[in-house]
Design a binder for this molecule. Structure first.
Ligand code: TMP
Length: 224
């Protein structure tokens, strides 16, 4: 993105997004990656979507935890995710990338393409336009997709001891299948940005795969 070219002396900021269906292990992989990058002497910011800013976290609550009697329409859902993203981009991503930091984002615009586009069957044109409006010219330098079969997602959500499933996690297995296929199709259409990693392996094995892709990105960006 343009923000990372702001000075000649600084290492460029990099935006790495993590995507995948529920229980794919994104959050664990981000927690493993951040210290590795810090060991390289890089400043790292970890954030998430929806959320990542105070306003975004309020929107997250509306989107995920709201259990009201009122139905949330797919169009409303799309716009709320986009609103959280628009805030995150301007408040968190752009300033940190400008400072040369590496931002690890737990979900970004591809979640909308897959969940609201493929999952909720909203037409691709408005989804893409709204995504673009929200992010401006801020696109991930690398997107890691943690790929797990729908059955594994459902099982992992059920096994989570901490919480009751949220509004989206309560979807049926077919929705999870559509989400998985959506990610694989998207990754195929943009191989330069996406890297698909098997999310069914133990986290320590998956981590090595993720690290290979990130090291390559850093080397390609000329700031190893
Ligand atoms: P998380 O639990 O991985 O943080 O994600 C929150 C939920 O929100 C997850 O079920 C996926 C969903 N989601 C969308 O449907 N569209 C989006 O654009 C984003 C960012 C998340």
């Amino acid at each position: 993105m343009s923000a990372k070219k702001s000075t000649k002396t600084k290492k460029p900021g990099l935006l790495i997004s993590f995507e995948g269906s529920e229980g794919s292990g994104k959050t664990t992989q981000i927690e493993l990656l951040a210290p590795r990058l810090k060991k390289l002497g890089r400043e790292v910011i970890v954030t998430r979507e929806p959320g990542g800013s105070p306003l975004g976290e309020e929107i997250r609550h509306l989107l995920i935890r709201a259990n009201g009697s009122e139905e949330m329409f797919p169009e409303t859902e799309l716009l709320l995710f986009a609103a959280s993203r628009a805030q995150l981009v301007r408040q968190v991503l752009v300033p940190n990338l400008r400072e040369g930091r590496i931002v690890l984002c737990d979900r970004f615009l591809d979640s909308t393409t897959v969940y609201q586009g493929a999952g909720r069957t909203l037409s691709p044109d408005p989804v893409n336009q709204i995504n673009q409006f929200a992010v401006g010219d801020v696109l991930p330098d690398l997107t890691i997709v943690l790929d797990v079969p729908a059955e594994v997602s459902v099982q992992r959500v059920q096994n989570r001891a901490s919480d009751l499933p949220d509004r989206i996690e309560r979807e049926n297995i077919d929705f999870y299948r559509i989400v998985r296929e959506g990610y694989l199709l998207l990754a195929k259409s943009m191989p330069h940005r996406f890297h698909v990693v098997d999310g069914t392996k133990p986290p320590s094995v998956t981590e090595k795969e993720v690290w290979k892709a990130v090291k390559r990105l850093i080397a390609d960006a000329g700031n190893a």
